[in-house]
Design a protein around this ligand. Sequence first.
Ligand SMILES: [Zn+2]
Length: 116
Amino acid sequence: MHELPITESILKIVLKHAQANDVRKVKTIHLRIGRLSDLQDEWIQRYFDYLSKGTVAERARIEIERTPIVMRCNACTASYEWEVSKMGDVVCPACGGKSSTLLSGREYTIKEMEAE
Ligand SMILES: [Zn+2]
């Protein structure tokens, strides 16, 4: 259940931002989560509902957008997008190299939030 600490930190950022911008009610929060992350949308919303009670973000809706996995080839340094289902067999489309580094795909960021 690692959604809990992550949801806590998201709420913390949202509340800080709301306070700095004099927001009285947060309506929607847009998150971007890497496709390789196993964070479950449903759990993020549930934890958020629970944690945000009594704050300006109470009952805010969380919209999640999944961002692509980006790899970088260790041989030719080309970067390319890859599918979750093929993570066991990563091959550089430029040179065929099988050694690569994950550039993004696990991260989560707050893209924007809407106030009411
Ligand atoms: Zn390559």
